[in-house]
Design a protein around this ligand. Structure first.
Ligand code: NIG
Length: 397
């Protein structure tokens, strides 16, 4: 099946091909085979099985949401309201969601995650990572991993999210690296740890990450969210693909990130909801660090899957340029998941890359109901996603 998409006012390839005005693209099944000015379209465009004219709208790669916690039940609206009245965020709230998630049942969790993926599609997201981490015992973490694997592109084991109430930290860690990891390993690609005061210290975090690494899992770290800490250093030292939050970072942390392949993932919606200062996006970019922007969808600190909102916030409040923010939410997120283009549109595993619109890459499109992408920030909060396509098929709009 070949699809010719034309009538594109502004095509943002997020690659060395740049932004093309008056553009078209050709898709063969799930992959892009050509992009360029419509006037240069190849002859086979005329023989495409389907031609779609988007009527002078802007097209960008679908958002790559590289940090979410979608497998949960319940909500923490009261905790949020208390925070808006002056309370601070503390990791302990995770235990409230643990109770609701443990008692939900697999069928209900499946339904909830499917709804959350559909909401992501409605906001232009085409690639999703999600984590376990609200089960916190062997059976519930395994259930969360199974549910996640049925719905998203990349699954992360986050048994080390919090020591469940009443448990001994060291005994719990041994359960995480032993039976829990064993129960989830066939459903996950990544291991993560909440390396923060009130959660896990450096030594415990390292132990968890090493256990995952020994099984061939990729590494990611929640770090430096609530205060200065060892998260960034540990992530870089262990070759993590990403360290997420990075609100409180030292000059040494920035230098370490700049000299590494570890992506710094910014979670602006979370920063607003927890009333932390927004992560220092400009400082990171100016130091040459690769950044990603993700939603951090979860019931405690960021109950939104809107990448449009996150990108807008990054522009309006973190002073990223539109280009920088779009890049962070597409190729940046893809790099944080090792799904980025390393050549010929392919990712490090040889699959169609995510977060870029070049020949060989996944035909994952976000079509805006606007002529150009600056409308994302210019018209904040307005409905702007017109259509979303995943692997050459329309999933929204
Ligand atoms: O990324 N920081 C740790 N985990 C989540 C919050 C979890 C919660 O409070 O439920 C986050 O913000």
């Amino acid at each position: 099946m070949r699809t010719f998409i034309t009538g594109i006012s502004e095509l943002r390839t997020v690659s060395e091909l740049g932004t093309i005005k008056g553009a078209s693209l050709l898709i063969d099944a799930d992959v892009i085979t050509w992009v360029g000015p419509t006037s240069e379209a190849p002859a086979e465009a005329k023989d495409a099985d389907e031609t779609v004219d988007v009527g002078g709208r802007a097209v960008l790669p679908g958002w790559v949401d590289s940090h979410t916690h979608m497998v949960f039940d319940g909500n923490r609206a009261e905790e949020f309201e208390a925070r808006m009245a002056g309370e601070s965020y503390a990791a302990g709230g995770i235990a409230v969601t643990m109770e609701a998630t443990r008692s939900a049942g697999e069928e209900r969790l499946d339904k909830l995650v499917a709804q959350r993926v559909a909401a992501g599609h409605a906001g232009g997201t085409t690639t999703f990572e999600t984590k376990t981490g609200y089960g916190l015992n062997v059976a519930s973490e395994a259930e969360a991993a199974r549910v996640a694997a049925r719905h998203v592109d990349e699954v992360t084991f986050l048994g080390a999210h919090l020591v469940p109430p009443g448990a001994d930290a060291d005994e719990y860690i041994e359960e995480v690296v032993g039976p829990m990891l064993d129960a989830v390993k066939d459903h996950v690609q990544w291991i993560d740890v909440f390396c923060e005061r009130g959660a896990f210290n450096e030594e415990q975090s390292r132990h968890v990450l090493e256990a995952g690494k020994a099984l061939g899992l990729g590494i990611r770290v929640h770090g430096n969210q609530l205060g200065q800490g060892p998260g960034v250093k540990l992530a870089v030292e262990m070759g993590a693909a990403s360290v997420d939050h990075v609100n409180y970072i030292s000059d040494e942390d920035v230098a370490l990130l700049a000299g590494s392949e570890t992506v710094a993932t910014l979670l602006p919606a979370c920063d607003l909801s927890t009333r932390e200062d927004l992560a220092p996006a400009r400082r990171l970019v100016e130091a040459g660090v690769t950044i990603a922007i993700a939603s951090n969808l979860n019931p405690g600190t960021s109950f939104t899957s809107s990448m449009n909102f996150c990108v807008t916030t990054a522009v309006l409040q973190q002073y990223l340029t539109l280009d920088e923010a779009i890049e962070a939410a597409t190729t940046g997120g893809a790099k944080a998941l090792l799904r980025h283009n390393v050549g010929d549109g392919k990712d490090p595993h040889g699959r169609p890359a995510k977060g870029t619109l070049v020949p060989g890459a996944a035909a994952d499109l976000h079509i805006l109901d606007a002529e150009n992408a600056i409308n994302l920030a210019y018209r904040p909060g307005m409905p702007i996603t017109w259509q979303t396509w995943v692997a050459g098929k329309k999933v929204y709009g």
